[in-house]
Design a protein around this ligand. Structure first.
Ligand SMILES: Cc1cc2nc3c(=O)[nH]c(=O)nc-3n(C[C@H](O)[C@H](O)[C@H](O)COP(=O)(O)OP(=O)(O)OC[C@H]3O[C@@H](n4cnc5c(N)ncnc54)[C@H](O)[C@@H]3O)c2cc1C
Length: 255
């Protein structure tokens, strides 16, 4: 008997949902992405675009390895996105700094990088620079900076171009992306598959569901019988007036 390829519906059209969609499409699956409302809190529209390895997985070896694999995969991935979408995500992997003004935090981060290096072996590449070394190398580093770590593996992309490139690539591969399609409930159907109730009153049927709704996953996860660990966390950003020039270095501390 001929079996149809199951249609997979991805709830959430941020970086995670679109990346999953692209991977599934490349594996030959039929994919639909439903994305929520314009006023959702979307990390994919407000992030810094850093492609960053420093410290990642210092306390969990597989995460350290995955991060290094991901950093190494970026040049080919950026090219693939450009080929599919025509959008240059402006990948720059020329290395980046984490700056410190607190000596205790600087020492603690050095210890984390040393621990991360024990997982990565000869893939670990970083150096620690003290305040004097930094001030002799770059203009504008103030007296309160006690030091920085530098890794030549780190870099960034333009985050908004990246999001758009992913969306266009999914569409170019034959995926359907519907915006303004907030899912309000997921119901398991007695004969298999799922019914998705949308906030606009529509109901959609699907054979499989992947929940990638960021902060919106918390309520929908309950419909699927699990508790999600995704939760909002208060951070701090200090925003200055616009600078005349771009900073002459990449940093996760100052963007
Ligand atoms: C300030 C900040 C800076 C960051 N900087 C970096 C960085 O430099 N580098 C890095 O790698 N990471 C960074 N991150 C983390 C990164 O941005 C996130 O990990 C990533 O964007 C998460 O993507 P997501 O698709 O899971 O979630 P989201 O971007 O939140 O996307 C979820 C999507 O689901 C949709 N949705 C929600 N509920 C529903 C529903 N019920 N039905 C349908 N759709 C729904 C939303 O509309 C949204 O589009 C940063 C995060 C923040 C907040």
């Amino acid at each position: 008997m001929h079996q149809r390829t199951p249609e997979i519906t991805i709830i959430g059209g941020g970086l995670v949902g679109l990346s999953v969609a692209l991977g599934l499409l490349m594996a030959g699956q039929r994919v639909r992405v439903l994305d929520g409302a314009d006023n959702d809190a979307r990390a994919s529209q407000g992030n810094f675009g850093l492609i960053w390895g420093q410290g990642k997985g210092w306390d969990f070896a597989p995460y350290a390895d995955w991060t290094m694999d991901a950093l190494a995969a970026w040049p080919a991935f950026a090219k693939q996105l450009q080929d599919l979408s025509g959008i240059d995500v402006a990948l720059d992997q020329s290395g980046g700094y984490e700056f410190f003004t607190d000596p205790t935090e600087f020492d603690a981060f050095e210890a984390e990088l040393a621990q991360q290096a024990t997982h990565l072996g000869n893939r670990a590449r970083y150096e620690m620079l003290n305040g004097e070394e930094l001030r002799s190398q770059m203009k504008g580093i103030g007296p309160d900076v006690v030091g920085a770590s530098f890794s030549p593996c780190d870099g960034h992309v333009n985050p908004l171009r990246f999001l758009r490139a992913l969306r266009c690539s999914v569409q170019a591969m034959g995926g359907h992306v519907t915006l303004g399609a907030t899912v309000s409930a997921i119901r398991l159907q007695p004969n298999g598959g799922f019914a998705l109730a949308l906030a606009n009153g529509e109901t959609l049927q699907t054979e499989q569901v992947v929940l990638c709704a960021g902060l919106g996953a918390a309520t929908l996860a309950r419909d699927l019988g699990f508790i999600t660990q995704v939760r909002p966390q208060l951070g701090e950003l200090l925003i200055t007036e616009k600078l005349g020039d771009r900073l002459p270095f990449l940093s996760s501390t100052i963007r």
